[in-house]
Design a binder for this molecule. Structure first.
Ligand code: GLN
Ligand code: ZN
Length: 774
C-alpha cells in the first residue's frame, strides 16, 4: 500500500505567488523575484508532503497561472493571434504564457486572452484551449521536465502530473467549424509521448495522467479515443507506472472503459458517490487484473475532518477484494480546492477551538492520508489517533452549536404552498403594473455601483474599529443619497442603493446568518492570482436579525421611485461556501431559503416594493451528469421559491443570473417564477434569445445590454440594436433594460457614460414601440 497526493495548493500559504505575480504584471520588473518565489513554494510543498509521510509526491501540480494553460503550453497549442509574440524570438515562454492567460494591450498590440471557464463543478476557473482544424502540436514548454528535475535535485523522486490528452482536448473549444477537437488526437499524441519518454529517461517511475472527463458522459468517438491514446502511451513507456486519475464524480457507465485501459493504477473519487467503491469492487475484470486501485477517500473539495471509521471500512473492503498491495490511499482530487493549513487560523474568537477540531485543511489532509495508511495496517480500535478522530466526530454530531431543533422543524414544516406565490404571473403582472406605474421598457441596474478605493477604505476602517458605527453609517448614507440623486437625474426607473456596505455578495450574508464561520487565511485559488475565502457553513442556518432592511429602507425613504431590495439567493450562498457534509445539500439550501424568506418579508413590511434575489450560481451547481440534473433543479428551484414566495402579489420579485449560458436550463429558470429576471447576454450578443424561439419565456425579462466585464462603454446604437433583437422574441410589455451584472468592478466615469447611453437607448425604443403600436 502506498499513500500519494494528486496535487497541492500553489498560491502559497500567505498568497505569496499572488503578490509577486501582480507586481510582475504591473510592469515593475520582478521576474527573478517571481521565479524565485515559485521555486520556494514548490520546495515547501514537496517538503511539507514528505514530512507528512506521503509516499508519492506530485510534481508539475504547481502552476504560475493554471494547469490547463500549462498543458496547452506544453504541447504548443498556441492560437495564431499570439504567434507574433514568439516568432523568431528566444526566451518568450513566460511572456506568451501570460499573454494567453491575461491578454495584452501595449505598443499597438491588442490580443484577447483565452476564454476562462469553471473547472467542472468547482469554483476554480481554467483557461480554455483553442483549437483549429488540422492543427498541429509541437513540444513547447518543458515545465514538467524542469519541475521533475528540480525535485530530483532536492532528493525527491516525484510523480509528474499531467492533464491527460483526452481531457485536454475535450476541455478545449473549436475556434472554427468543420471538425471536432477529438479529431486532433493523432496530431497531439506524439507530443505527449515524447514528453512521457523524456520523463521516463530521466528516471520517472510513476506518472499521473488526469482524465476527469471520465466522470461525464462520453460519446462513442471519445471512448474509442481513450483506448487509442492509452494503448500508444503504454507502448511508448512500458517501464513507467501509469496512474490514471479520475475525480469529482463516479465512473458509472465509464467504469469498464477506465478499468480496461492499459494503465497500472486507477484512481477513483469515493467521496462523491456511495456507488463508486462497490461498483469497482464488484467489477470482475478489474478485480481479477493486477491493477492497483487508488482510493480517493479524503475529500479534496471540503474542509471537514475525514471520518476515519468510514474510511477504514472502505479500505478494508478494498484490501479484502484486492490485497493490500493493490490498494493506495489519496485525497479524492487535487488539494488545490482546499485552503493550506488550519494551523494558520490563530484568532480564537473567529474559529473557535471547538469548531476547528472538526476541520482539516490541505496540510491536515496529508496527515490524515498517512494516518489512514498506518491505521489500516494495525488493530486500530484502541489507537489514540483513531480515538481522537472518533471523539471529534462525536462532538460534532452532537454539538448544540450545529443542531438547532427549531431550524430543522422549520424546514420539516415547509408545505408545497410555501413554494408558490398566491396567484399566477399574469394576475400578478396586472397588479404590479398598476402599483408601480413604470414606463414601457423600464430601466434598472443589477445592484452594486463602483467600489472605489474610498469605499473599501471606509469599510476597512470600520472593521478595524478606526471609526465609530455612527460615523460609518453616516458615510454610507451619504454615498447612498449621492447615488440616488444621480440615478434620478439619469432617468433610471427602478433604483438600487449601490451595495456600498457589502464586501462580497455571499460573505455579507454569511456574516449575518447563524451557522456560518469565517477563516482568516482560508484562501483558495479562483483563477490566476485571484483567491477567494469561502464562508464555512457548519451548522443549522438561521437569521437572528434583519440583514439589509436598514439600508433598503433608508434608500427608499430618500426617493419616490421604487428602490429594489437586494439579496443573495440560497443556491448561490450554498454554492460559494464550504458546505457541511453531515446532511444533504438540499437541506442546507432550504435552511438558507427560509432565512432569506424572512428577510424578504421584512423588506416588504418596510415598504420595499421590488425585491431582487440574485442567483448567479444556479447553473454551476448542476451535477456533472445530465441524468442527475432534474433532481438538483427541483430542490434548487424549490430553495429559491421558498425564499421568494411569501410576499403579496403586488410585491415584485426579481432575480439575476450571470457567468454562464442558460439556454439548456431555461425551463428551470422559468419555473423560478420570478416576476422579472435580469440575465447576462451581451457578451454573446444575446445568444440566450435563441432559446426563446422555441420556448416562450413567460415572465418579464431584462437581457443585459451592457457588458460590465469590460471597461468599454457601449454606444446608444449598439444597445438599441441589442434591444431590437430582443424585441423580436420578447413582447415589449415584458422587456426590461439593464446591464449584464453589478457594476462594482467598474470605474465611475465609464459607468456614468454607459448608463446614460443605456437610458437613451431605452427612450429611443419606447418611442419606436409606441409609434408602431399606433
Ligand atoms: N447584486 C449583485 C451586484 O450587483 C450581483 C452580483 C452578481 O451577479 N455576481 O453586484
Ligand atoms: Zn451578475
Amino acid at each position: 500500500m502506498l499513500s500519494h497526493n494528486l496535487g497541492y495548493p500553489r498560491v502559497g500559504a500567505h498568497r505569496e505567488l499572488k503578490k509577486v505575480s501582480e507586481a510582475f504584471w504591473a510592469g515593475n520588473g520582478g521576474k527573478d523575484a517571481l521565479l524565485e518565489t515559485a521555486r520556494k513554494l514548490r520546495r515547501q510543498n514537496w517538503e511539507t508532503q514528505r514530512a507528512a509521510g506521503i509516499d508519492l509526491i506530485p510534481s508539475n501540480d504547481f502552476s504560475l497561472y493554471d494547469q490547463v494553460l500549462d498543458a496547452a503550453s506544453m504541447v504548443g497549442a498556441i492560437p495564431k493571434r499570439f504567434h507574433a509574440l514568439i516568432d523568431g524570438k528566444a526566451n518568450r515562454e513566460m511572456d506568451l504564457y501570460y499573454a494567453m492567460a491575461r491578454g495584452v494591450q501595449r505598443e499597438g498590440i491588442d490580443l484577447h486572452a483565452l476564454e476562462m471557464t469553471k473547472w467542472f463543478d468547482t469554483n476554480y476557473h481554467y483557461l480554455v484551449p483553442e483549437f483549429s482544424k488540422n492543427q498541429s502540436f509541437t513540444r513547447y514548454s518543458n515545465k514538467v521536465i524542469h519541475e521533475f528535475v528540480e525535485a530530483l535535485q532536492l532528493g525527491i523522486l516525484t510523480k509528474p502530473v499531467l492533464l491527460g490528452p483526452i481531457s485536454f482536448l475535450l476541455l478545449g473549444k473549436e475556434k472554427e467549424s468543420g471538425f471536432h477537437r477529438i479529431d486532433l488526437l493523432d496530431n497531439l499524441l506524439p507530443v505527449y509521448i515524447s514528453i512521457l519518454e523524456e520523463l521516463a529517461d530521466r528516471g520517472a517511475t510513476h506518472i499521473q495522467l488526469d482524465e476527469p472527463m471520465l466522470v461525464q458522459e462520453l460519446t462513442q468517438d471519445e471512448q474509442v479515443s481513450f483506448h487509442k491514446a492509452y494503448a500508444e502511451i503504454r507502448a511508448a513507456v512500458p517501464q513507467v507506472n501509469l496512474i490514471l486519475a479520475t475525480y469529482f464524480g463516479e465512473l458509472a457507465d465509464n467504469l469498464a472503459l477506465a478499468a480496461g485501459l492499459p494503465i497500472n493504477v486507477l484512481h477513483i473519487d469515493i467521496t462523491r458517490s456511495i456507488h463508486s467503491l462497490p461498483a469497482i469492487l464488484s467489477y470482475e475484470t478489474f478485480v481479477s487484473s493486477n491493477k492497483i486501485l487508488s482510493l480517493g477517500l479524503v475529500d479534496g473539495r471540503n474542509i471537514w475532518k475525514n471520518r476515519f471509521e468510514a474510511s477504514l471500512s472502505s479500505i478494508k473492503q478494498a484490501t479484502r477484494a484486492l490485497g493490500r498491495e493493490r490498494v493506495w490511499l489519496a485525497p479524492s482530487c487535487s488539494l488545490l480546492h482546499c485552503p493550506y493549513d488550519l494551523e494558520l487560523e490563530g484568532q480564537e474568537d473567529i474559529l473557535t477551538p471547538e469548531v476547528k477540531n472538526w476541520m482539516a485543511f490541505s496540510r491536515q489532509k496529508l496527515t490524515e492520508i498517512a494516518e489512514l495508511k498506518r491505521l489500516s495496517a494495525i488493530k486500530w480500535k484502541f489507537d489514540p489517533i483513531f480515538l481522537a478522530n472518533r471523539a471529534a466526530q462525536g462532538a460534532r454530531n452532537n454539538s448544540p452549536l450545529i443542531h438547532r431543533p427549531e431550524v430543522k422543524a422549520g424546514v420539516a414544516a415547509i408545505l408545497p404552498a410555501d413554494l408558490a406565490r398566491q396567484n399566477t404571473f399574469s394576475q400578478r403582472q396586472l397588479i404590479q403594473k398598476h402599483r408601480l406605474k413604470l414606463p414601457l421598457l423600464p430601466t434598472t441596474t443589477i445592484g452594486s455601483f463602483p467600489q472605489t478605493e474610498e469605499i473599501r477604505a471606509l469599510r476597512a476602517r470600520f472593521k478595524n474599529r478606526a471609526i465609530s458605527e455612527e460615523d460609518y453609517h453616516s458615510e454610507l448614507e451619504k454615498e447612498i443619497i449621492a447615488s440616488i440623486r444621480w440615478q434620478e437625474s439619469l432617468g433610471m426607473d427602478v433604483l438600487v442603493h449601490g451595495e456600498f456596505e457589502r464586501n462580497d455578495m455571499v460573505e455579507y450574508f454569511g456574516e449575518r446568518l447563524s451557522g456560518f464561520v469565517f477563516s482568516q487565511n482560508g484562501w483558495v485559488q479562483s483563477y490566476g492570482s485571484r483567491c477567494v475565502k469561502p464562508p464555512i457553513i457548519y451548522g443549522d442556518v438561521s437569521r437572528p436579525f434583519p440583514m439589509t432592511v436598514r439600508w433598503s429602507a433608508f434608500a427608499q425613504a430618500n426617493t419616490i421611485r421604487p428602490m429594489k431590495g437586494m439579496l443573495t439567493g440560497p443556491v448561490t450562498i450554498l454554492q460559494w461556501s464550504f458546505v457541511r457534509d453531515d446532511q444533504p445539500r438540499q437541506q442546507t439550501a432550504w435552511q438558507i431559503g427560509l432565512a432569506i424568506r424572512q428577510e424578504v418579508l421584512d423588506l416588504e413590511k418596510a415598504g420595499i416594493r421590488i425585491i431582487q434575489i440574485d442567483e448567479p450560481a444556479l447553473r454551476e451547481g448542476l451535477p456533472l451528469r445530465k441524468k442527475d440534473w432534474a433532481q438538483y433543479l427541483e430542490w434548487a428551484v424549490g430553495a429559491f421559491k421558498l425564499s421568494a414566495s411569501a410576499v403579496a402579489d403586488q410585491t415584485q420579485i426579481h432575480t439575476h443570473m450571470c457567468y454562464s449560458e442558460f439556454n439548456d436550463i431555461i425551463e428551470a429558470i422559468a419555473n423560478l417564477d420570478a416576476d422579472v429576471i435580469t440575465i447576462e447576454t451581451s457578451r454573446s450578443q444575446m445568444e440566450l434569445l435563441d432559446a426563446f424561439v422555441e420556448y416562450k419565456y413567460p415572465n418579464e425579462i431584462g437581457p443585459g445590454v451592457y457588458d460590465i466585464h469590460s471597461p468599454r462603454t457601449p454606444s446608444v446604437d449598439e444597445m438599441v440594436l441589442l434591444l431590437e433583437k430582443a424585441l423580436r422574441v420578447i413582447p415589449a410589455r415584458n422587456l426590461w433594460v439593464n446591464p449584464d451584472c453589478g457594476l462594482k468592478t467598474r470605474k465611475w466615469p465609464e459607468t456614468k457614460v454607459a448608463l446614460q447611453n443605456m437610458v437613451a437607448a431605452a427612450n429611443l425604443l419606447r418611442e419606436a414601440v409606441a409609434f408602431s403600436e399606433k
